[in-house]
Design a protein around this ligand. Structure first.
Ligand SMILES: Nc1ncnc2c1ncn2[C@@H]1O[C@H](COP(=O)(O)OP(=O)(O)O)[C@@H](O)[C@H]1O
Ligand SMILES: [Mg+2]
Length: 473
């Protein structure tokens, strides 16, 4: 079946943004250069379908492989399983999707996750870019025999029916071999008064999303024998797109499905803490804790050994000249807190190095990348998250605390409070404590205990340096 239009896979958005930034192109200038409409460029970036040849030309202009970056049509989903990646060598691929076998250092964590999943559902959270999605995709690609993981990125989803449709389309793909999912199609047939053959829900389905979700899950557990694991990436992002009331309904419905069908497991993942979403819901009068039956697991960066292994693979793959491979790789990994995304980026910066790279160059390059006004490392979300998710009265506390800690060694609460109380907008001691806790939940800070008591500091020195630079401190 030939395709006349294509849409971008949402995982490629950041790559597109980065290519635009490095080529110093805007949506307007790339539209002018290719003599296409700005609306097409905007649709492209927002993962909406656009004409096939326009899609290909945009990708070519941005040095992106259009076949890899395009979203497969639903019907083609099973081709995903045999999806081939372009290269055999390790290449720096910042932000791009990597094949499961190139995901290093996660075996132990993945075993823990599977073990846990045999007992209960999970909330798998963690700072952006530490490698959550890569872990979840590796799990999906290399699942134990008795498990049926179904991965779905929910980022662009705006209504409950879109969510249910996505879940159903995924299950259709998985169930095709054992016989079509029946209940959903029968129910839709009743709604439209004729046999339902399509792959997209009819409009009339919208108000029946709960029934459709229940029927989808029933089909899934009755038509095959494995333990179903529904992996929903960027779940908080999706809930944030819903009204408070709708988000509550969705969370409640999912919990009641977990209770009714104890064999179904769910993983909610994402970088925006679910606590921000639930907190807003509670403000709106919601008294349940809709995830108290789920086990929370916090994703971490790689340990030094794995981070070094990844860096060595990439340095070798890119043929970067180094004097002592092990030592340089360790220096590089440590310079970015062993966060794999930044390791890819940093190695990428040295791709064309003519001479052996030095420790000094590593430090300078990190500095430059943090300072880059084009925001190549996407660090601005540390600032934006405060604007988007903290209440008005909490913002001055958050900014002040981060400002203080960015230029100080680990600091006690007593000392922090001495600074805060001198400022006009931060005079409530309990609020200071609340915001500190929030900043820890959001991965900005950690609390270290030592002989002189409890001290607060940045969790990642990379973020600390970014904060200091971007705030001109
Ligand atoms: N374990 C790993 N080994 C190698 N590269 C990784 C690993 N984890 C993440 N990466 C790289 O970092 C990028 C960001 O990781 P991702 O899984 O998308 O993070 P998150 O979902 O936590 O934001 C990936 O595109 C990949 O290039
Ligand atoms: Mg992710």
């Amino acid at each position: 079946m030939a395709r006349s239009s294509l849409q971008l896979n949402s995982e490629w958005i950041s790559q597109v943004e980065e290519s635009l930034a490095t080529k110093q192109l805007t949506q307007r200038s790339i539209a002018e250069r290719l003599e296409i409409s700005r609306a097409s460029v905007s649709k492209f970036i927002n993962c909406k379908p656009i004409a096939l040849n326009t899609f290909i030309r945009l990708c070519q202009e941005l040095n992106i492989d259009w076949q890899v970056a395009s979203q497969p049509e639903r019907e083609w989903n099973d081709e995903l399983a045999s999806f081939k990646f372009k290269h055999d060598d390790f290449k720096a691929n910042p932000g791009g999707q990597i094949p499961p076998q190139e995901v290093v250092g996660r075996e132990e964590l993945i075993n823990t996750l599977w073990e846990r999943l045999r007992q209960q559902s999970l909330i798998f959270s963690g700072e952006r870019r530490i490698g959550k999605s890569s872990i979840l995709k590796k799990m999906t690609a290399e699942a134990p025999q008795d498990m049926l993981p179904i991965y779905r990125d929910l980022e662009g989803i705006r209504t409950p029916i879109e969510f249910v449709e996505a879940v159903w389309q995924d299950t259709e793909t998985y169930l095709r071999e054992v016989g079509r999912a029946r209940r959903v199609r029968e129910f839709l047939g009743q709604l439209i008064d004729r046999h339902f053959e399509g792959y997209q829900f009819p409009e009339i389905a919208a108000s029946h999303w709960k029934t459709l979700l229940t029927k989808t899950i029933e089909d899934l557990i009755t038509l095959q024998d494995k333990q179903v694991v529904l992996i929903w990436d960027e779940m908080p992002h999706m809930l944030g797109n819903f009204s408070d009331e709708t988000a509550m309904e969705v969370l409640d419905t999912l919990r009641s499905l977990r209770q009714t069908y104890p064999d179904v497991r769910m993983i909610f993942s994402g970088s925006i803490g679910l606590h921000h979403i639930v907190k807003n819901l509670q403000k709106a009068g919601y008294s349940n804790d809709p995830t108290n039956d789920m086990y929370p697991i916090d994703g971490q960066p790689l340990d030094l050994a794995a981070a070094t292994e990844l860096t060595i693979n990439l340095l070798e793959g890119e043929e970067v000249p180094v004097f002592n491979l092990q030592k340089t790789a360790e220096d590089l990994a440590l310079a970015v807190d062993c966060i794999p995304f930044y390791i890819h980026h940093l190695v990428n910066q040295f791709k064309d190095a003519a001479n052996e790279i030095t420790q000094e160059q590593i430090v300078d390059t990190v500095h430059e990348c943090l300072r880059d006004p084009l925001n190549l490392w996407k660090m601005d979300h540390y600032r934006e998250r405060i604007d988007n998710y903290y209440h008005e009265e909490q913002k001055p506390y958050a900014l002040e605390i981060l400002d203080i800690l960015s230029i100080n060694p680990p600091t006690s609460f007593t000392r922090l409070w001495q600074y805060l109380k001198t400022e006009p907008e931060t005079k409530d001691k309990e609020m200071a404590r609340t915001v500190l806790r929030l900043l820890m939940k959001d991965y900005y800070l950690i609390q270290e205990d030592n002989l002189s008591g409890s001290l607060y500091t940045f969790r990642y020195q990379l973020v600390q340096r970014y904060w200091r630079l971007s705030r001109g401190l």
